[in-house]
Design a protein around this ligand. Structure first.
Ligand code: PLP
Length: 360
Protein backbone atom coordinates (compact mmCIF):
# COMPACT_ATOMS: atom_id res chain seq x y z
CA UNK A 1 0.00 0.00 0.00
CA UNK A 2 1.41 3.37 -0.99
CA UNK A 3 -0.35 6.42 0.29
CA UNK A 4 0.26 9.58 -1.71
CA UNK A 5 0.81 13.08 -0.42
CA UNK A 6 -2.69 14.42 -1.00
CA UNK A 7 -2.87 18.19 -1.45
CA UNK A 8 -6.61 18.21 -2.24
CA UNK A 9 -8.61 21.27 -1.17
CA UNK A 10 -11.46 19.07 0.03
CA UNK A 11 -12.48 16.44 0.74
CA UNK A 12 -8.94 16.28 1.90
CA UNK A 13 -6.25 14.26 3.59
CA UNK A 14 -6.99 12.89 7.06
CA UNK A 15 -4.49 11.80 9.73
CA UNK A 16 -3.31 8.27 9.00
CA UNK A 17 -3.62 7.37 12.70
CA UNK A 18 -7.31 8.27 12.59
CA UNK A 19 -7.94 6.16 9.49
CA UNK A 20 -6.18 3.23 11.15
CA UNK A 21 -8.31 3.54 14.28
CA UNK A 22 -11.45 3.73 12.14
CA UNK A 23 -10.32 0.63 10.23
CA UNK A 24 -9.61 -1.28 13.45
CA UNK A 25 -13.02 -0.33 14.85
CA UNK A 26 -14.90 -0.88 11.59
CA UNK A 27 -16.49 -4.24 12.35
CA UNK A 28 -16.80 -3.96 16.09
CA UNK A 29 -16.89 -0.60 17.82
CA UNK A 30 -15.65 -0.97 21.42
CA UNK A 31 -17.07 -4.47 21.80
CA UNK A 32 -20.65 -3.67 20.82
CA UNK A 33 -20.45 -6.04 17.84
CA UNK A 34 -21.30 -3.53 15.13
CA UNK A 35 -19.78 -0.63 13.27
CA UNK A 36 -20.63 2.98 14.05
CA UNK A 37 -22.38 3.07 10.66
CA UNK A 38 -24.83 0.42 11.80
CA UNK A 39 -25.88 1.63 15.22
CA UNK A 40 -28.90 3.64 16.25
CA UNK A 41 -28.27 7.33 16.71
CA UNK A 42 -30.29 6.93 19.95
CA UNK A 43 -28.00 4.19 21.30
CA UNK A 44 -25.83 4.64 24.38
CA UNK A 45 -22.73 4.08 22.22
CA UNK A 46 -23.60 6.85 19.80
CA UNK A 47 -24.63 9.17 22.62
CA UNK A 48 -21.12 8.66 23.99
CA UNK A 49 -19.58 9.41 20.59
CA UNK A 50 -21.45 12.67 19.96
CA UNK A 51 -21.09 13.95 23.52
CA UNK A 52 -17.38 13.22 23.61
CA UNK A 53 -16.89 14.84 20.20
CA UNK A 54 -18.58 18.01 21.40
CA UNK A 55 -16.68 18.10 24.66
CA UNK A 56 -13.31 17.56 22.92
CA UNK A 57 -14.15 20.32 20.42
CA UNK A 58 -15.07 22.63 23.31
CA UNK A 59 -11.71 21.88 24.95
CA UNK A 60 -9.73 22.44 21.75
CA UNK A 61 -11.30 25.82 20.95
CA UNK A 62 -12.00 26.81 24.57
CA UNK A 63 -15.59 27.49 23.52
CA UNK A 64 -17.30 29.71 26.11
CA UNK A 65 -20.34 28.25 27.92
CA UNK A 66 -22.72 30.72 26.27
CA UNK A 67 -22.11 29.15 22.85
CA UNK A 68 -23.87 26.10 21.41
CA UNK A 69 -22.24 23.58 19.11
CA UNK A 70 -24.46 22.23 16.33
CA UNK A 71 -23.64 19.35 13.99
CA UNK A 72 -25.67 19.92 10.84
CA UNK A 73 -25.89 18.19 7.48
CA UNK A 74 -25.73 20.10 4.22
CA UNK A 75 -22.06 21.09 4.38
CA UNK A 76 -20.96 24.69 4.25
CA UNK A 77 -23.46 25.59 1.55
CA UNK A 78 -26.63 24.97 3.54
CA UNK A 79 -25.36 27.49 6.08
CA UNK A 80 -25.30 30.16 3.35
CA UNK A 81 -29.11 29.97 3.66
CA UNK A 82 -29.46 28.99 7.31
CA UNK A 83 -27.53 32.04 8.51
CA UNK A 84 -29.80 34.70 6.98
CA UNK A 85 -32.90 32.61 7.77
CA UNK A 86 -31.99 32.47 11.45
CA UNK A 87 -30.14 35.73 11.99
CA UNK A 88 -31.97 38.37 9.97
CA UNK A 89 -34.26 40.30 12.28
CA UNK A 90 -34.06 43.93 11.09
CA UNK A 91 -33.68 42.37 7.64
CA UNK A 92 -30.25 43.69 6.72
CA UNK A 93 -26.70 42.34 6.89
CA UNK A 94 -23.22 43.37 5.71
CA UNK A 95 -21.08 41.00 3.67
CA UNK A 96 -17.41 41.35 2.81
CA UNK A 97 -16.75 39.49 -0.42
CA UNK A 98 -13.16 38.26 -0.58
CA UNK A 99 -13.64 35.22 -2.84
CA UNK A 100 -16.05 32.75 -4.38
CA UNK A 101 -17.35 31.39 -1.09
CA UNK A 102 -18.31 34.73 0.43
CA UNK A 103 -19.70 35.77 -2.97
CA UNK A 104 -21.93 32.70 -3.06
CA UNK A 105 -22.99 33.27 0.54
CA UNK A 106 -23.95 36.89 -0.22
CA UNK A 107 -25.91 35.86 -3.31
CA UNK A 108 -27.88 33.29 -1.33
CA UNK A 109 -28.55 35.70 1.54
CA UNK A 110 -30.06 38.23 -0.88
CA UNK A 111 -33.09 35.94 -1.13
CA UNK A 112 -33.90 36.71 2.49
CA UNK A 113 -33.11 40.37 3.09
CA UNK A 114 -31.17 43.49 2.23
CA UNK A 115 -27.58 42.46 1.82
CA UNK A 116 -24.93 45.19 1.61
CA UNK A 117 -21.68 44.10 0.03
CA UNK A 118 -19.55 46.61 1.95
CA UNK A 119 -16.22 45.42 0.57
CA UNK A 120 -14.97 43.28 -2.28
CA UNK A 121 -11.63 42.23 -3.73
CA UNK A 122 -13.08 41.00 -7.00
CA UNK A 123 -11.30 43.83 -8.87
CA UNK A 124 -8.03 41.89 -8.52
CA UNK A 125 -9.44 38.37 -8.86
CA UNK A 126 -9.77 38.04 -5.08
CA UNK A 127 -6.01 37.97 -4.59
CA UNK A 128 -6.28 40.05 -1.41
CA UNK A 129 -8.54 40.71 1.59
CA UNK A 130 -10.27 44.14 1.69
CA UNK A 131 -8.92 46.48 4.38
CA UNK A 132 -11.49 46.00 7.15
CA UNK A 133 -10.66 49.35 8.76
CA UNK A 134 -11.75 51.44 5.77
CA UNK A 135 -15.16 49.83 5.18
CA UNK A 136 -18.47 51.47 6.07
CA UNK A 137 -20.49 49.19 8.29
CA UNK A 138 -24.30 49.45 8.56
CA UNK A 139 -25.14 50.39 12.17
CA UNK A 140 -28.39 48.39 12.42
CA UNK A 141 -27.15 45.35 10.47
CA UNK A 142 -28.09 42.02 12.01
CA UNK A 143 -24.62 40.68 11.37
CA UNK A 144 -21.40 41.16 9.41
CA UNK A 145 -20.36 38.15 7.34
CA UNK A 146 -16.89 37.07 6.26
CA UNK A 147 -15.28 33.96 4.84
CA UNK A 148 -12.13 34.01 6.92
CA UNK A 149 -10.03 31.79 4.67
CA UNK A 150 -10.90 31.79 0.98
CA UNK A 151 -9.98 28.27 -0.08
CA UNK A 152 -9.66 28.94 -3.82
CA UNK A 153 -7.59 32.14 -3.66
CA UNK A 154 -5.51 31.27 -0.60
CA UNK A 155 -6.21 34.41 1.39
CA UNK A 156 -6.89 34.84 5.10
CA UNK A 157 -8.00 37.69 7.33
CA UNK A 158 -5.05 38.36 9.59
CA UNK A 159 -7.15 41.08 11.21
CA UNK A 160 -10.86 40.76 11.93
CA UNK A 161 -13.34 43.56 11.24
CA UNK A 162 -14.25 45.50 14.37
CA UNK A 163 -18.04 45.21 14.23
CA UNK A 164 -18.80 46.64 17.67
CA UNK A 165 -22.05 45.17 18.98
CA UNK A 166 -23.02 43.72 15.58
CA UNK A 167 -22.29 39.98 15.59
CA UNK A 168 -19.52 38.76 13.32
CA UNK A 169 -20.33 35.59 11.35
CA UNK A 170 -17.36 33.70 9.94
CA UNK A 171 -17.07 30.80 7.52
CA UNK A 172 -13.90 29.03 8.65
CA UNK A 173 -14.36 25.85 6.58
CA UNK A 174 -10.81 25.71 5.23
CA UNK A 175 -9.04 26.89 8.40
CA UNK A 176 -11.15 25.18 11.08
CA UNK A 177 -8.93 24.09 14.00
CA UNK A 178 -5.72 25.05 12.17
CA UNK A 179 -4.57 27.28 15.05
CA UNK A 180 -6.08 28.78 18.21
CA UNK A 181 -8.95 31.23 17.72
CA UNK A 182 -10.97 33.35 20.13
CA UNK A 183 -14.56 32.20 19.68
CA UNK A 184 -15.88 35.01 21.91
CA UNK A 185 -15.08 37.51 19.13
CA UNK A 186 -17.78 35.99 16.95
CA UNK A 187 -21.54 35.58 16.92
CA UNK A 188 -21.29 32.50 14.71
CA UNK A 189 -18.29 30.47 13.58
CA UNK A 190 -19.06 27.69 11.18
CA UNK A 191 -17.51 25.45 8.61
CA UNK A 192 -17.97 22.39 6.48
CA UNK A 193 -15.81 19.67 8.02
CA UNK A 194 -14.41 18.04 4.88
CA UNK A 195 -11.55 20.50 4.49
CA UNK A 196 -9.68 20.24 7.74
CA UNK A 197 -11.61 18.00 10.12
CA UNK A 198 -13.35 14.96 8.69
CA UNK A 199 -15.32 13.35 5.86
CA UNK A 200 -17.85 15.33 3.79
CA UNK A 201 -21.46 15.76 4.74
CA UNK A 202 -21.54 18.06 7.72
CA UNK A 203 -21.03 21.55 9.02
CA UNK A 204 -20.18 22.48 12.58
CA UNK A 205 -21.92 25.66 13.75
CA UNK A 206 -20.73 27.40 16.90
CA UNK A 207 -23.29 30.02 17.84
CA UNK A 208 -23.78 32.44 20.72
CA UNK A 209 -26.92 31.69 22.74
CA UNK A 210 -28.63 35.05 22.21
CA UNK A 211 -28.54 34.55 18.42
CA UNK A 212 -30.67 31.41 18.68
CA UNK A 213 -34.18 32.77 18.33
CA UNK A 214 -37.64 31.29 18.23
CA UNK A 215 -39.27 34.23 16.44
CA UNK A 216 -37.91 33.46 12.98
CA UNK A 217 -40.13 32.91 9.92
CA UNK A 218 -42.23 29.83 10.72
CA UNK A 219 -41.76 28.64 7.13
CA UNK A 220 -38.05 28.05 7.84
CA UNK A 221 -37.42 24.32 7.31
CA UNK A 222 -37.35 22.66 10.69
CA UNK A 223 -33.96 21.13 9.95
CA UNK A 224 -32.44 24.57 9.36
CA UNK A 225 -33.83 26.13 12.53
CA UNK A 226 -30.94 26.66 14.92
CA UNK A 227 -33.34 26.65 17.87
CA UNK A 228 -34.53 23.14 17.04
CA UNK A 229 -31.01 21.87 16.48
CA UNK A 230 -29.79 23.44 19.71
CA UNK A 231 -32.73 22.21 21.81
CA UNK A 232 -32.33 18.67 20.47
CA UNK A 233 -28.55 18.51 20.77
CA UNK A 234 -28.20 18.01 16.98
CA UNK A 235 -30.40 14.92 17.31
CA UNK A 236 -33.71 16.23 16.02
CA UNK A 237 -33.36 13.69 13.25
CA UNK A 238 -30.67 11.18 12.30
CA UNK A 239 -27.37 13.08 12.21
CA UNK A 240 -24.40 12.12 9.99
CA UNK A 241 -23.33 9.58 12.60
CA UNK A 242 -20.21 8.23 10.95
CA UNK A 243 -18.92 11.68 10.06
CA UNK A 244 -19.38 12.79 13.67
CA UNK A 245 -17.47 9.71 14.81
CA UNK A 246 -14.50 10.45 12.50
CA UNK A 247 -14.50 14.12 13.53
CA UNK A 248 -14.38 12.93 17.14
CA UNK A 249 -11.30 10.81 16.38
CA UNK A 250 -9.69 13.82 14.71
CA UNK A 251 -10.38 15.95 17.81
CA UNK A 252 -8.57 13.36 19.94
CA UNK A 253 -5.71 13.30 17.43
CA UNK A 254 -5.48 17.11 17.63
CA UNK A 255 -5.32 16.96 21.41
CA UNK A 256 -2.42 14.51 21.08
CA UNK A 257 -0.63 17.01 18.77
CA UNK A 258 -0.58 19.58 21.56
CA UNK A 259 -4.00 21.00 20.78
CA UNK A 260 -4.46 23.98 18.49
CA UNK A 261 -1.28 25.66 19.73
CA UNK A 262 0.72 22.57 18.78
CA UNK A 263 -0.89 22.05 15.39
CA UNK A 264 -0.80 25.80 14.71
CA UNK A 265 2.95 25.92 15.21
CA UNK A 266 3.39 23.01 12.81
CA UNK A 267 1.05 24.59 10.26
CA UNK A 268 3.04 27.84 10.31
CA UNK A 269 6.27 25.86 9.79
CA UNK A 270 4.76 23.99 6.85
CA UNK A 271 3.49 27.19 5.24
CA UNK A 272 6.84 28.95 5.75
CA UNK A 273 8.68 26.05 4.13
CA UNK A 274 6.52 26.32 1.02
CA UNK A 275 6.32 30.12 0.80
CA UNK A 276 10.08 30.50 1.38
CA UNK A 277 10.71 28.26 -1.58
CA UNK A 278 8.09 29.99 -3.74
CA UNK A 279 9.42 33.47 -2.92
CA UNK A 280 12.89 32.70 -4.25
CA UNK A 281 11.73 30.56 -7.18
CA UNK A 282 12.19 31.95 -10.69
CA UNK A 283 9.63 29.56 -12.14
CA UNK A 284 6.72 29.65 -9.69
CA UNK A 285 4.79 32.69 -8.46
CA UNK A 286 2.38 32.59 -5.52
CA UNK A 287 -0.83 34.47 -6.43
CA UNK A 288 -2.14 35.82 -3.11
CA UNK A 289 -1.00 39.18 -1.74
CA UNK A 290 1.82 38.58 0.75
CA UNK A 291 0.07 40.22 3.75
CA UNK A 292 -3.07 38.12 3.25
CA UNK A 293 -1.52 34.71 2.66
CA UNK A 294 -3.27 31.63 3.98
CA UNK A 295 -1.34 28.98 5.88
CA UNK A 296 -3.80 26.36 4.58
CA UNK A 297 -4.27 26.90 0.83
CA UNK A 298 -1.31 28.00 -1.29
CA UNK A 299 -2.06 28.80 -4.95
CA UNK A 300 0.86 29.37 -7.35
CA UNK A 301 1.40 29.57 -11.11
CA UNK A 302 4.17 29.37 -13.67
CA UNK A 303 2.36 31.71 -16.04
CA UNK A 304 2.38 29.04 -18.76
CA UNK A 305 -0.68 26.78 -18.83
CA UNK A 306 1.16 23.94 -20.62
CA UNK A 307 3.97 23.99 -18.07
CA UNK A 308 1.40 23.98 -15.25
CA UNK A 309 -0.22 20.89 -16.76
CA UNK A 310 3.17 19.20 -17.11
CA UNK A 311 3.92 19.98 -13.46
CA UNK A 312 0.61 18.52 -12.27
CA UNK A 313 1.10 15.32 -14.30
CA UNK A 314 4.70 14.77 -13.21
CA UNK A 315 3.85 15.57 -9.61
CA UNK A 316 1.26 12.79 -9.66
CA UNK A 317 3.89 10.34 -10.94
CA UNK A 318 5.96 11.36 -7.93
CA UNK A 319 3.29 10.65 -5.34
CA UNK A 320 2.02 14.23 -5.12
CA UNK A 321 -1.73 14.19 -5.77
CA UNK A 322 -4.46 16.78 -6.31
CA UNK A 323 -2.12 19.73 -6.77
CA UNK A 324 -4.02 21.23 -9.73
CA UNK A 325 -5.34 24.72 -9.03
CA UNK A 326 -8.96 25.81 -9.20
CA UNK A 327 -9.92 26.98 -12.69
CA UNK A 328 -10.57 30.54 -11.48
CA UNK A 329 -6.90 30.99 -10.54
CA UNK A 330 -5.30 28.34 -12.76
CA UNK A 331 -1.91 26.84 -12.07
CA UNK A 332 -1.50 24.85 -8.89
CA UNK A 333 -2.81 24.89 -5.35
CA UNK A 334 -1.31 23.05 -2.42
CA UNK A 335 -3.78 22.62 0.43
CA UNK A 336 -1.67 21.90 3.48
CA UNK A 337 -4.28 21.17 6.10
CA UNK A 338 -3.63 19.80 9.60
CA UNK A 339 -3.18 16.22 8.40
CA UNK A 340 -0.52 17.13 5.81
CA UNK A 341 2.84 16.31 7.34
CA UNK A 342 6.01 18.38 7.20
CA UNK A 343 7.52 15.50 5.21
CA UNK A 344 4.72 15.90 2.68
CA UNK A 345 5.45 19.60 2.22
CA UNK A 346 9.18 18.87 2.04
CA UNK A 347 8.51 16.26 -0.66
CA UNK A 348 6.56 18.86 -2.63
CA UNK A 349 9.33 21.47 -2.30
CA UNK A 350 11.98 18.89 -3.31
CA UNK A 351 9.95 17.97 -6.36
CA UNK A 352 9.42 21.64 -7.28
CA UNK A 353 13.15 22.31 -7.06
CA UNK A 354 13.84 19.39 -9.38
CA UNK A 355 11.12 20.47 -11.78
CA UNK A 356 12.44 24.02 -11.81
CA UNK A 357 15.95 22.86 -12.71
CA UNK A 358 14.69 20.59 -15.48
CA UNK A 359 12.46 23.29 -16.96
CA UNK A 360 14.65 26.36 -16.54
C1 PLP B 1 -15.72 24.12 0.50
C2 PLP B 1 -16.17 25.38 1.12
C3 PLP B 1 -17.55 25.66 1.28
C4 PLP B 1 -18.65 24.76 0.76
O1 PLP B 1 -18.67 23.58 1.43
P1 PLP B 1 -19.69 22.42 1.01
O2 PLP B 1 -19.61 21.53 2.17
O3 PLP B 1 -19.20 21.84 -0.27
O4 PLP B 1 -21.02 23.03 0.86
C5 PLP B 1 -17.90 26.82 1.91
N1 PLP B 1 -16.98 27.69 2.36
C6 PLP B 1 -15.65 27.46 2.20
C7 PLP B 1 -14.67 28.45 2.73
C8 PLP B 1 -15.21 26.30 1.58
O5 PLP B 1 -13.90 26.08 1.44
Amino acid sequence: MARVYNFSAGPATLPEEVLKTAAAEMLDYHGCGMSVMEMSHRSAEFKGIIEEAESDLRDLLAIPDNYKVLFMQGGGTLQFSAIPMNLLKNGTADYIVSGSWSKKAAKEAKKYGTINVIGSSEDKNFSYVPDVDTLTYTPDADYVYICQNETIYGTTYHKLPDTGSVPLVSDVSSMFLSEPMDVSKYGVVYGGVQKNIGPAGMAIVIIRDDLIRDDIDPKTPVYMTYKTQADKGSLYNTPPCYTIYICGLVFKWLKAQGGLAGIGERNHKKAALLYDYLDQSKLFTPTARVEDRSIMNVPFITGDADLDAKFVAEARENGIANIKGHRSVGGMRASIYNAMTIEGVQALVDFMERFEKENA
